[in-house]
Design a protein around this ligand. Structure first.
Ligand code: GLC
Ligand code: CA
Length: 538
C-alpha cells in the first residue's frame, strides 16, 4: 500500500502563468514556481498540481494544447520542468501535471493535417478528429460553455465538413474510436511520467467517446480507454497517480474508479456547491443529502475535494432551484456569473468573513477525501470580475506590497493580467509577506490547520460517520481508523450554539488545537461559523 500516498495528500493547485515570474517578462514560469517551493512546503501541502504547461495558443489558458511533448516557451523548457521536479522531490513534494485527452487546439499539428486535404500528412491524420457532413448528429449532448457556443459542431471550410467540439469551437475533440489516437495519448502520458511527473490530472474525462442517442458522457467505451491508460501506467510506472476531473453526479462518478482499476482519484464535484449552500442556509441538509448520495468507493481510491479552482464555481451538479438560490446569494451581479457557474474566488464569495472562510476549510480538510487548495486562497486573495471569462480568478499571486505584488519585475503593463488592486483585496493589504508576519493571519491559520491534519491520518483515510443532531446548524462527524477516532463539529450558521459531547454520545475528547480535554457533560459554545476538531479519548 506504499503507493497510496494520494490518500493522505493535500494538493496545491498552481497556475504557472500566475505564480511567480523569474525572468521579468510579466509571465509566471517554471523557474518562478521553483523559487517558491519552500513557501509551498511550509504551507503544509505535499503535492503540486500544475495547470497546463505545454505549447498552446492560450485561448483557453493552455487547455487548448498545440503540442504535447514540450513546455510552452512562456513557461520555460523541458529541462526547467525536470529541474522543478527534482527540486520538489528534494523537499518531499510531488508534482501532478495535466493530460487533456478529449481535445486539442485547432492549431495542433494533428488538426492542421486533419482538416487540410492538401497537407502532406493528411492521409495519416484524416480520422484523428470527429468529422461529419452534418451538424445534426449527437443532438442529445449538452453544450458546456453555454455563454460562448451555440452548437457542438463547427464548420471547417478547408475540409468542407463539420468537426465536433465539447468546449470552445477552437478545441476540436479527438476521435478516440481511432486506435492511433488512443495510442498517441498513452505516449503523451508516458512522456510526462518520463519527465518525472508523479501523477496526472485528466482533463474533462466524461466526453471522450460519442455515440448516437446518448448524452455522449460517461460512455462504457470511454471507461474502457481509461482502464487501458491505468493498466499502461501501472505497468510502466507503478505508483503514478491518475486524477479524473469528471464533473458528474455522485452515482455517475463511481465508474471512474472502476473496480479500483481506473482512476485513483476523482474530484467530488457535487459536494463542492453544497458546502456553499449549507453555509448560505445555515443548514446541514445539503451536506447530509450529498453524502447519502455518495457511494462507497474501492479501497484503493480516494476523492479529491475542493472549494474553488481555476474555473467558475460550477453549478452543473445542483438542481435548477439550488442553482437559482446560489446565483442570487453568491452572484448578485450578473457579471459574476459564467456558463452554469460563478466566477469568483473563495474570500469574496464568503464576504471576506474570516470565520466563514475557516469553517469552509474545516469542512474541506476533514470531511472526506484529499483536499485541493487553489493558489492564493490561502491568503484570501480577491478576484476581478471585469476580466474576461474565468481570468478574474487567475490573477498574479500576491507575494508582497512591492510593484506587481512581488510577482514580476516587468513594467505593470507587461504583466499578463493586472494584479488585484480593489480597496478590500488589494495586494498592498493581502499578500504573503504581510500574512507571514502576522500571527493571526489567514495564511498562518491555514498552515496551522494543515499541520494538525498532517498529524492525524484519519482525516484522509478514516471512515466517515455523520452524527445526527436536533440542531440543523450543527454538522458533526467522526473519522475513524483502527488507530484513532476524530470528531469534528462545524457550526454552519451565523449564530453561536451551545453543545455538549453527550449530545453525540461521546465521553471524552482532546481538542486538537488547544490540547485541552473535554468531558461529556461539559457544555461549551461554538461561535458563529465556529468549528472544533477533537480526538476521541478512549
Ligand atoms: C476543464 C478545465 C477548463 C477548460 C476545459 C476545456 O474543464 O478545467 O479550464 O476550459 O476543461 O479544456
Ligand atoms: Ca517569465
Amino acid at each position: 500500500m506504499t503507493n497510496e500516498w494520494f490518500k493522505s495528500a493535500v494538493f496545491y493547485q498552481v497556475f504557472v502563468r500566475a505564480f511567480a515570474d523569474s525572468n521579468g517578462d510579466g509571465i509566471g514560469d517554471l523557474r518562478g514556481v521553483m523559487s517558491k517551493l519552500d513557501y509551498i512546503r511550509d504551507l503544509g501541502v505535499d503535492t503540486i498540481w500544475l495547470m497546463p504547461i505545454t505549447p498552446s495558443p492560450l485561448r483557453d489558458h493552455g487547455y487548448d494544447v498545440s503540442g504535447h511533448f514540450d513546455v510552452h516557451p512562456d513557461y520555460g523548457t523541458l529541462q526547467d520542468f525536470r529541474d522543478l521536479v527534482n527540486a520538489a522531490h528534494e523537499r518531499g513534494l510531488r508534482i501532478v501535471v495535466e493530460l487533456v485527452p478529449n481535445h486539442t487546439s485547432d492549431q495542433h499539428p494533428w488538426f492542421q493535417a486533419s482538416h487540410d486535404p492538401n497537407h502532406p500528412e493528411h492521409e495519416t491524420y484524416r480520422d484523428w478528429y470527429v468529422w461529419s457532413d452534418t451538424d445534426q448528429k449527437y443532438k442529445d449532448a449538452r453544450i458546456i460553455f453555454i455563454d460562448y457556443e451555440k452548437s457542438n459542431w463547427q464548420w471547417d471550410a478547408l475540409r468542407g465538413q463539420y468537426y465536433w467540439h465539447r468546449f470552445f469551437y477552437h478545441q476540436p475533440d479527438l476521435n478516440f474510436d481511432n486506435p492511433e489516437v488512443q495510442k498517441a495519448m498513452l505516449r503523451v502520458a508516458q512522456f510526462w511520467v518520463d519527465q518525472g511527473a508523479d501523477g496526472i490530472r485528466v482533463d474533462a474525462p466524461p466526453y471522450l467517446i460519442e455515440r448516437e442517442g446518448t448524452s455522449c458522457e460517461n460512455l462504457p467505451e470511454s471507461h474502457a480507454y481509461y482502464k487501458r491508460l491505468r493498466a499502461f501506467l501501472d505497468a510502466y510506472s507503478p505508483g503514478s497517480m491518475l486524477l479524473a476531473e469528471a464533473n458528474q453526479w455522485a452515482k455517475d462518478t463511481l465508474p471512474y474508479f472502476g473496480d479500483g482499476d481506473e482512476f485513483h482519484m476523482n474530484f467530488h464535484f457535487p459536494l463542492m456547491p453544497r458546502i456553499f449552500l449549507a453555509l448560505a442556509q445555515g443548514n446541514r441538509e445539503p451536506l447530509d443529502w450529498i453524502l447519502a448520495q455518495t457511494p462507497p468507493i474501492p479501497a484503493n481510491c480516494q476523492w479529491a475535494t475542493f472549494l474553488r479552482n481555476h474555473d467558475e464555481l460550477t453549478l452543473e451538479m445542483v438542481t435548477p432551484d439550488e442553482r437559482k438560490f446560489m446565483w442570487d446569494f453568491y452572484a448578485p451581479d450578473p457579471e459574476m456569473r459564467k456558463n452554469l457557474g460563478i466566477r469568483r474566488r473563495l474570500a469574496p464569495l464568503l464576504e471576506n468573513d474570516r470565520a466563514k472562510i475557516q469553517v469552509a476549510h474545516s469542512l474541506l480538510l476533514t470531511l472526506i477525501g484529499s483536499p485541493v487548495l487553489y493558489y492564493g486562497d490561502e491568503i484570501g486573495m480577491g478576484d476581478n470580475i471585469k476580466l474576461d471569462d474565468r481570468w478574474g480568478c487567475r490573477t498574479p499571486m500576491q507575494w508582497d506590497d512591492s510593484k506587481n505584488a512581488g510577482f514580476s519585475d516587468a513594467p505593470a503593463d507587461k504583466v499578463y493580467l493586472p494584479v488585484i488592486s480593489d480597496p478590500v483585496f488589494s495586494y498592498q493589504l493581502v499578500n504573503v509577506a504581510a500574512e507571514q508576519d502576522a500571527p493571526d493571519s489567514l495564511l498562518n491559520w491555514v498552515r496551522g490547520a494543515l499541520n494538525i491534519r498532517r498529524q492525524h491520518p484519519a482525516f484522509g483515510r478514516g471512515e466517515l460517520n455523520v452524527l445526527p443532531t436536533t440542531n440543523p446548524a450543527l454538522f458533526a462527524y467522526t473519522r475513524t481508523t483502527p488507530q484513532e477516532k476524530l470528531l469534528v463539529i462545524n457550526n454552519l450558521s451565523a449564530h453561536s450554539h451551545k453543545i455538549a459531547l453527550a449530545d453525540y454520545g461521546i465521553q471524552r475528547v482532546r481538542d486538537l488545537e488547544t490540547g485541552q480535554d473535554i468531558e461529556a457533560s461539559v457544555e461549551f459554545e461554538l461561535p458563529r461559523y465556529g468549528y472544533r476538531w477533537f480526538q476521541v479519548v478512549r
